[in-house]
Ligand binder design. Structure first.
Ligand code: BG6
Length: 537
């Protein structure tokens, strides 16, 4: 995300070529990088979990997209580690097939149409498969031998594995000396990328951080929250800090409330086993939704330097008032217009009390936000897919129009649309045409697609590229992870009253009625998921 990459210029041939979108003739040369961007420095990317879904669905498409854009160095290597013997050629073929399949699938975020053979060949040439268990010394000895072939080289270890493997992999890497930077003649960087879930509560997250930090420095650790890889999420900072219009009113004096929604229409999609342990709250709230809250609520940083941005976000997480159980509502989908109930899904217990929906009222107790409710909600099998943030302004101070037929004005709401729509909209009031002074609500909106050419982008491109450049702006720091979990600890481990009740909602609905009651307490209501646009009269 940094505008000034903090690494040395690469000797990638693309760096000296004229910018062009065209592919070079040889599969060994990457296409030129776009103007203002330069290829990442050469590195070896070691992916633990080479055979997993994340590698297939997100990492490979992202690497392919980076290759198309000429943002990878010709000296890049990709070593995939997984249990089970197989040839590199088989792994390549497998990845190629899935990429082709995703590219052809209109519903996929990687809907690129036809794959570019040259770009794929460029990536494929650099793939190498290594069989190995994640918990045995032998794997790391073998890996060390491979990495020693390019001593002093830069290495990124990507943990695309189940969270139970995080600790053993880091420990083995550490003990094998593979995380050591600058020692033993090695001048290259050693970085660790860790996926979510980063712990399951405050204690486990703190324990995991302590474990990792006993083998690596904080500056080597890149904790991923994939929401931060979305352009529309990064754009929150652009909307706030690149426009004079919004920031002056972006405070408790003018803002009435904020709603942050991540509503999904999908169910648990064969992830019943994982979801039974996790639930909607842990899966989405202290991570993805808090990250969005952080972007909305943070103070302006002095610069876009990673630490400057992360410090300001950390202050927000620190200011979140610990959530009380009665500020949270859990729900679980039941049979409804969108299909079967959660309890009928595969690998789900028939009497499961796991929540598939969570809503919360959150307060950020600082000078800017004291008293402004932030309403967060997420859920599966809801009426619409909608990830967005709506910032509602307070009413105007004086009802100038009270003697006219209109005495209640529609509130101004700025909505930042993250998925599936990409853009913003603003609800405001104008005079309706005609002789009577009547006020009518209208909506002005901006859609990314109307202004920019949107390319198939899986959201990991920026994250991988930034990790190679050493820019940690979009990654989570240990302290923020811990303060986020800390803020929800009373909900996960209530001191009194036992576990939260889980209220039913019909699959395909707007969520449980109890979530409406949570907002009604303050005279608020959720923005409908199904229909947002102001109707034309
Ligand atoms: C993941 C959760 O982190 O985020 C999933 O584990 C959820 O349950 C997903 O579906 C949502 O991400 P996105 O980018 O599809 O909105």
């Amino acid at each position: 995300m940094s505008t000034t990459p903090n690494t040395q210029a690469s000797d990638h041939p693309a760096a000296t070529q004229a910018p062009s979108c065209k592919l070079s003739a040889s599969p060994h040369d990457a296409p030129a990088s776009p103007p203002g961007k330069r290829p990442a420095p050469p590195c070896t990317l070691v992916i633990f979990g080479a055979g997993g879904d994340l590698t297939k669905r997100l990492l490979m498409p992202a690497l392919y997209n980076l290759a198309v854009d000429g943002l990878l160095d010709g000296g890049m290597r990709i070593i995939g580690v997984n249990h089970g013997e197989r040839e590199t050629s088989e792994w390549r073929e497998d990845l190629h097939k899935s990429l082709q399949q995703f590219a052809a699938d209109k519903a996929s975020t990687f809907h690129a149409g036809k794959l570019d053979d040259q770009a794929w060949d460029w990536v494929a040439q650099r793939l190498e498969y290594m069989a190995g268990e994640f918990e045995t010394d032998d794997t790391f000895t073998k890996l060390k031998q491979k990495l020693d072939q390019s001593p002093g080289g830069n290495v990124i270890f990507y943990l695309a594995v189940g969270s139970r493997f995080f600790k053993p992999i880091v420990e083995h890497l550490g003990k094998a000396g593979l995380l050591k930077e600058g020692g033993g003649g090695s001048s290259g960087f050693r970085r660790l990328v860790i996926e979510k879930p980063f712990g399951t509560d405050f204690a486990s997250a703190r324990d995991l951080n302590a474990h990792i930090l006993s083998y690596a420095q904080e500056s080597q650790v890149y904790r991923i929250d994939h929401f931060l890889g979305k352009d529309t999420v990064q754009s929150i900072l652009a909307v706030r800090f690149a426009n004079a219009l919004f920031e002056p009113v972006w405070r408790r004096e003018y803002i009435d409330s904020v709603q942050i929604s991540a509503a999904e229409t999908i169910g648990v999609e064969g992830r019943g086993k994982f979801y039974e342990q996790t639930g909607a709250f842990r899966d989405m709230l202290p991570n993805h939704l808090f990250q969005l809250l952080g972007m909305v609520a943070m103070e302006p940083p002095n610069s876009f330097d990673a630490e400057a941005v992360r410090d300001k976000k950390a202050e927000v997480f620190d200011a979140i008032q610990p959530l009380a159980p009665d500020d949270v509502v859990f729900g679980q989908y039941e049979k409804g217009p969108a299909g079967v109930g959660y309890r009928e899904e595969p690998n789900v217990a028939p009497g499961s009390t796991t929540e598939t929906y969570a809503a919360a009222r959150v307060f950020v107790e600082n000078w800017r936000w004291a008293g402004v409710p932030f309403y967060l909600r997420t859920g599966k099998r809801l009426a619409a897919r909608r990830t967005e943030i709506s910032v509602q302004l307070k009413p105007v101070p004086f009802r100038l129009f009270r003697d006219t037929p209109v005495d209640a004005l529609t509130p101004n709401v700025l909505t930042l649309r993250i998925d599936p729509a990409h853009g913003t909209s603003f609800d405001f009031n104008v005079k309706t045409p005609g002789p009577v002074m009547q006020v009518g609500a209208v909506q002005s909106s901006f859609d990314y697609a109307d202004f920019f050419t949107e390319r198939a982008n899986v959201g990991y491109e920026t994250l991988l590229y930034d990790c190679m450049l050493g820019d940690e702006t979009l990654f989570q720091r240990a302290d923020s992870i811990e303060t986020s979990w800390c803020a929800v600890d009373d909900v996960l481990h209530p001191k009194t009253g036992g576990a939260l009740p889980v209220h039913g909602y019909a699959a395909g609905s707007e969520g449980p009625a109890e979530a409406d009651a949570l907002l009604a307490r303050n005279g608020h209501a959720w923005r409908p998921l199904k229909q947002h646009a102001v109707e034309k009269k």
